[in-house]
Design a protein around this ligand. Sequence first.
Ligand code: ADP
Ligand code: MG
Length: 699
Amino acid sequence: MSQFWKPGGERPQLLDDGEGGVLFFSPSASSSSSSSGFGYGSIDKLRQRLPVYKYRTAILYLVETRATTIIVGETGSGKTTQIPQFLNEAGWADGGRVIACTQPRRLAVQAVASRVAEEMGVKLGEEVGYTIRFEDVTNTDKTVVKFLTDGVLLREMMDDPLLSKYSVIMVDEAHERSISTDILLGLLRKIQRRRPDLRLIISSATIEAKSMASFFRSSKRHQEAGATDLGPSKEPAILSVEGRGFNVEIHYVEEPVPDYVQAAVSTVLLIHDQEPAGDILVFLTGQDDIDAAVRLLTEEVQSHGKKSHGLIVLPLFSGLPRADQDLVFSPTPRGKRKVVISTNIAETSLTMEGVVYVVDSGFSKQRFYNPISDIENLVVAPISKASARQRAGRAGRVRPGKCYRLYTEEYFVKQMSSEGIPEIQRSKLVSCVIQLKALGIDNILGFKWPASPSSEAMIRALEVLYSLGVLDDDAKLTSPVGFQVAEIPLDPMISKMILASDQLGCAEEILTIAAALSIQSIWVSGRGMQKELDEAKLRFAAAEGDHVTFLNVYKGFLQSGKSSDWCRRNFVNAHAMKKVIEIRAQLKRIAQRLGIVLKSCESDMTVLRKAVTAGFFANACRLEAYGHNGMYKTVRGSQEVYIHPSSVLFRVNPKWVVYHSLVSTDRQYMQNVITIEPSWLPEAAPHFYQQRQLGPSIH
Ligand code: ADP
Ligand code: MG
């Protein structure tokens, strides 16, 4: 066991809160800088100024003596960047062990890893590394501090169920309650029983710390069983790191705004015109509205309007190229003002120095799932009060700031819900169930969750997995299909499509399609130049639909020698295409490992469409009403859906299609659509589709 809290040194003072034995830390706990081994370079000085630094000894003491430590501290207090370093300095990575820190978001993983590497003065990918899906920047022999998404850590459990190489696992941003975080917490709770040497840190900006503590508290039965154990106390500790945020003045709009993008742009210009220096952080919802706002502001800047002189406009969303991310975090040049237009990634995952003004649209993109209709989509939905407070807090990092809420005070007080709903309660559970099954958790209904998913959603997931041939009659993973699907780090429907392509002899093509489907869009964003984009798409459009169109773009891109100039001319997103190539290469490796033969179907699009159907049969729709843009109904749930305007099949009205995903705005729109023959459905999933559902029109 590592020794780092120096006995004889000042023992941190613990206070009992008197309710259920949860322990809080005295906020007056002092640091023990003498034993820290820091030098006094400027980075060290910066580190020592962060609020968590004062709690260094306390944190190390708790991690040594408790199996689980819950740390709550305001965003920017240094939890993510400092705690893994404290642990490393204290020896938790000695003897080949690794300290892990998980994040729900890929971009946050990259950003904090590169920051920590910089603070430690090491090259990213050596002592400090990171892993996100399709990107592993670690070194098995050298990496001691590893940042990773919670999803990747779940994947690692498939090869190493007890996560034995990690000495401490810090589950960060736990308040976000992402689906992977919740699954991970449930599994770590089990692992702890088997590995008394493992330490957990659950950290977050705001959290129901007590309910988290009771989740990790051993039940009576287990405590008795473990009573003879040496090792850390099973009683979780709660440490609250005092914030140091400055006061933030809140402004509300007087009337609801009709268009929050426009309102955000006007507010930025107003702040720039009337307020003293300080950067602006704007919260919008996704790449499309962020791109629109960036464009509007950039036009304003380029037209040399006096109102925008000296503004630097930067977007921030996941999938943003590295160079653009770096710009966001680099210091603002003197005399300039930075405006960062972000998704809710900047709410708590990332800290930008210098932000004094926050503009909050009041919305974010959220996943919603309805188990009755079996439809999951991403919706722009109102945020919770907890999120609104976090967003406002971003303005008070360096000095008193201001937050402009683009909603009324009455709305905030009376209508906004106080907390968000955990993602697991508003998601499709197909991937989640298959992962648990692959980890040998057979009694899924008896699994202990931080928040239980609905049983309808669970049943839906079991049903789809059964139809995909992934689960057998006893709800166990089938061999080999079930295990193979679980091994591919993609949505099980995509994985099934890949496996089917092996039998159908079109794996070459399907891997390209799978790669293209796993990124947001291969096209440049169309706002403001929709017509040009539509014309460009026509050059590649295939009558079969979007999947085959991807193949045409991919071929064109390769033939151009992967030229960015070619991309620009064709409104193709060059960065996205590079990602497609990377992901495809990874999938190819996985496919080869599974023994899939990489065969091309040449020009036989029927087998290709059959392979897509084999994975996506659950998303089959039939045209119900012709029209400008015809109305479809899902075959299974009879839900009304339409082809999205971004699809090459928009206004084409084929009779039968399967879609890849749905987005909901004024209607439910199908994105990435391909034509099929209805007779393929009962072939692909006999239990799912009975002939009568498909109606007489199939013969
Ligand atoms: P927390 O996890 O508690 O929200 P972090 O550890 O992420 O806090 O950040 C602590 C501090 O480190 C921030 O206040 C900021 O000053 C600094 N910091 C973090 N990331 C970066 C970065 N990429 N560039 C510059 N400074 C950073
Ligand atoms: Mg953090």
